[in-house]
Design a protein around this ligand. Structure first.
Ligand code: ADP
Ligand code: MG
Length: 258
């Protein structure tokens, strides 16, 4: 559980955001503590990606403040802020004309690391996500499977060792078996690296597997922020609706076994 004596890594205070006439986020208050994995769930269009974009200053709030590592995002230089943050999106966004190596050590090279150090770092993070650099570093993105590309996306986000990771449906496009493998590897990485992570998914099973806390967003409002165990008992209709598929699967398995 969050310790109120430790300053939050990410703090939303009364955040509202509109896109034209559409109110996308309403009165969001949220504190993400150092080292936790907060998983943001909600149906499509509920505002999950918007929350992440407020953290890395791709968007600024209309009302309220987003404070990252002690400084409000409108006071952060966007480039400096994004150096604190690894950002992983579902579409991955690897550069097709660059090798895996070049894609992964992009940020270290931008930060003018020595070439030996950035190559070594790329190899380390590739191993961390389960790719052998000797096999994969010189390949191009089109020579990889979807799961391997997704791993490269995670490796790239980790390359410059940022303290924060924002992950927007990072495993969404994968088949269920590959997805499950990557989720389990991700848990190992989580334990090894102790990053502060905000991960968006619409998959409740993924949320239960990866979260220290789950935040449920519905139509731009945060309606619950709690541990997975406690979320399972929430009675809010929007929480129950998200849980319903899991309930149905476990009932069906129970029937099959019984
Ligand atoms: P989620 O990630 O939960 O699916 P988003 O945060 O992407 O939802 O979007 C929340 C709402 O904001 C949606 O109604 C969406 O249509 C709207 N929206 C998102 N991006 C834009 C944009 N660039 N311009 C206008 N409306 C947008
Ligand atoms: Mg989204």
């Amino acid at each position: 559980m969050p310790d109120p004596s430790v300053p939050a890594e990410i703090l939303f205070q009364g955040v509202e955001l509109s896109r034209g006439a559409l109110v996308v986020l309403r009165g969001i208050d949220l504190a993400v503590q150092s080292g936790e994995t907060l998983v943001l769930v909600g149906r499509s269009g509920s505002g999950k990606s918007t929350v992440l974009k407020l953290v890395n200053r791709m968007l600024l709030p209309g009302k309220g403040r987003v404070i990252v590592r002690g400084t409000a995002t409108d006071q952060w230089d966007a480039i400096q802020l994004r150096r604190q943050i690894g950002y992983v999106v579902q579409e991955v966004g690897l550069f097709p004309h660059m090798t895996v190596q070049r894609n992964v050590d992009l940020v270290p090279r931008l930060l003018a690391w020595e070439s030996e150090r950035s190559v070594g770092r790329a190899a380390d993070v590739l191993r961390l996500v389960g790719l052998d650099p000797a096999v994969h570093a010189q390949r191009y993105p089109h020579e990889l499977s979807g799961g391997q590309r997704q791993r490269v996306g995670v490796a790239r986000a980790l390359a410059a060792d940022p303290p924060l990771l924002l992950m927007d449906e990072p495993f969404g496009a994968l088949d269920p078996i590959t997805r499950s493998e990557i989720q389990h590897e991700f848990r190992t990485i989580q334990r090894q690296l102790g990053k502060t992570i905000v991960l968006v998914t619409h998959d409740m099973a993924e949320a239960f597997l990866l979260a220290t806390r789950i935040a449920v967003i519905d139509d731009g409002r945060l309606i619950a922020v709690d541990t997975p165990r406690n979320i399972a008992g929430h009675t809010h209709p929007a929480v129950r609706a998200l849980l319903q598929p899991l309930v149905e699967v476990s009932a069906a398995i129970g029937t099959a076994e019984g």
